[in-house]
Write a protein that binds this ligand. Structure first.
Ligand code: BES
Ligand code: ZN
Ligand code: ZN
Length: 482
């Protein structure tokens, strides 16, 4: 499906999506929308749709009336969801040329609406069917956003397209199974992205990882026959500035749990354990494509957590690049081990001055906010404030949990400096374990174990990876762009 922003006659389409605000429903194009509202058939409640067909100049046209809810209650999250919902309806109606129509006496276009529409369409259109012999492919060839003055919105249109595509890219990386995306193939993909979008990529193999002293990361990786790859991405958009933002993404291309093995039901979606990596990689592609004037380094310690004769064991005491020793209470708490070495690397070797880590870290995050929000902790109110705004701009939700000093005690161990199983509240203590290695920089930890994956299609989501974090990380970099 191709998207365009255009001033065009609505007669050129065999499918139309016509959005209305609640309480502002008017007759339009000879359609008695006002009467439908009076009969309470289409009241334009948020994300409601009413489908009808009409002959326009002898052509059969499928029309979806779409409710955006009350104008004073709109958010980009709501507009994205409503547009994606309507798009999914018209996609099923076997239309080829769809017009999403503004400025016809219904909703007036503006930057905000155009932006959310593009993202709603691109994300609503995504589904993972790479391995289906018979594609359930849409017949929609073109979806035009029909407005009176397209030139007014060109910049936001371009940015929204970049972000929609980057998020789709993240979803695809997550949805590709672990027999396709492993540390080696992931590193190759990132190299290609670097060339395509314009950022540096350096990949360290096992020997270099050993030389750097990443003992915690290697302890996790050694159970797999596929070797780890430490992926470094550098985008240098503002050479005059000393500032550099650091992103660390959890890159477990598969998490079987190791000897603390997961039950099959928990293991079957564990290809999504690189959702943090997908978010940092895809946000880097968007940052570079938009040419933001900012410096960002992103790292991913990619590996698999497997069972074998060479895997690490519960009860082991291991080292780390930062020098602290760690007691292994559970080999399934592996993400934090890979992340501390990636964190120590980025703060000591890449000269970042603020750092975000993003990870599918704890099942407990699902108990906090389900699949609706990302859970966070941070040591810096101002930095978190910037991130919070970035989430709001993207339409994604983030929820900050507290750091009380009692929690910091829980990551300590009697036989080693730290333990990887600090106990409840699991999402906070897992984050604090990583925080031990942040070099006292302004730091934000994002746990996307809930928000990374949807069990069913709904709005902008389709079953599978969501690409959570991709857009917020882009907007955060944009905030520091000169
Ligand atoms: N990758 C999992 C967390 C996860 C769970 C992600 C569900 C997505 C959906 C992580 O490595 C893990 O297994 N964490 C354990 C930690 C525990 C053993 C301390 C968990 O959350 O149960
Ligand atoms: Zn695990
Ligand atoms: Zn994991």
């Amino acid at each position: 499906m191709k998207i365009k922003l255009i001033n065009n006659s609505i007669e050129n389409y065999d499918g139309l999506i016509i959005p209305f605000f609640e309480d502002k429903v008017a007759a339009i194009l000879d359609l008695p929308v006002d009467q439908l509202a009076e009969k309470k058939k289409f009241e334009s409640k948020f994300a409601s749709v009413y489908k009808l067909t009409k002959e326009i100049n002898g052509n059969h046209v499928e029309i979806v009336l779409l409710g955006l809810g009350k104008e004073e209650e709109i958010t980009n999250r709501r507009v994205q969801k409503a547009i994606a919902t309507a798009y999914k309806v018209i996609k099923k109606a076997k239309t080829e040329n769809v017009g999403l129509v503004f400025d016809q006496g219904n909703v007036k276009a503006n930057e905000f609406i155009v932006k959310a529409s593009v993202e709603g369409l691109l994300l609503g259109d995504y589904s993972f069917d790479t391995y289906k012999s018979e594609k359930t492919e849409s017949e929609v060839k073109v979806c035009d956003i029909v407005v009176e003055n397209p030139d007014l919105y060109n910049d936001v249109y371009v940015e929204a397209k970049t972000l929609g595509k980057a998020t789709r890219e993240a979803r695809q990386l997550i949805n590709e199974p672990a027999n396709v995306i492993n540390p080696v193939t992931l590193a190759k993909k990132v190299k290609n992205y670097g060339e395509k979008y314009g950022f540096e990529v350096e990949v360290f193999g096992q020997k270099q990882i050993q030389k750097l002293g990443m003992k915690a990361y290697l302890a996790v990786a050694k159970g797999s026959s596929i070797k780890p790859k430490f992926i470094v991405m550098r985008y240098n958009g503002n050479p005059e500035s000393e500032d550099r933002l650091g992103y660390v993404g959890k890159g477990l291309t598969y998490d079987a749990g190791g000897l603390s093995i997961k039950p099959t039901a928990g293991m079957v979606t564990m290809k999504d354990d690189m959702g943090g990596a997908a978010a940092v990689i895809s946000s880097m592609t968007a940052i570079a494509k938009q040419g933001l004037k900012v410096n960002v380094t992103a790292v991913v310690a990619a590996c698999e957590n497997m069972i074998s004769g060479s895997c690490y064991k519960p009860g082991d005491i291991i080292g780390s690049m930062g020098g602290k020793s760690i007691f292994i209470g559970n080999t399934d708490a592996e993400g934090r081990l890979t992340l501390i070495d990636a964190m120590h690397y980025i703060v000591t070797k890449e000269k970042v001055n603020k750092v975000v880590d993003i990870a599918t870290l704890t099942g407990a995050a699902l108990h906090c906010t389900g699949d609706v929000a990302t859970v966070s902790i941070s040591n810096d109110d101002e930095f978190f404030g910037d991130l919070n705004e970035s989430f709001n701009m993207s339409g994604e939700h983030v929820w900050r949990m507290p750091i009380y000093e009692e929690y910091k005690e829980l990551v300590k161990h009697e036989e080693a400096d730290l333990t990887n199983t600090a106990g409840r509240p699991g999402t906070i203590t897992a984050g604090l374990f990583i925080g031990e290695f942040n070099g006292d920089l302004p730091w934000i930890h994002l746990d996307i174990a809930g928000s990374v994956w949807m069990e069913k299609d709904s709005g902008i989501y389709s079953k599978g990876g969501t690409g959570a974090g991709t857009r917020p990380l882009y907007y955060l970099a944009k905030k520091y762009s000169k």
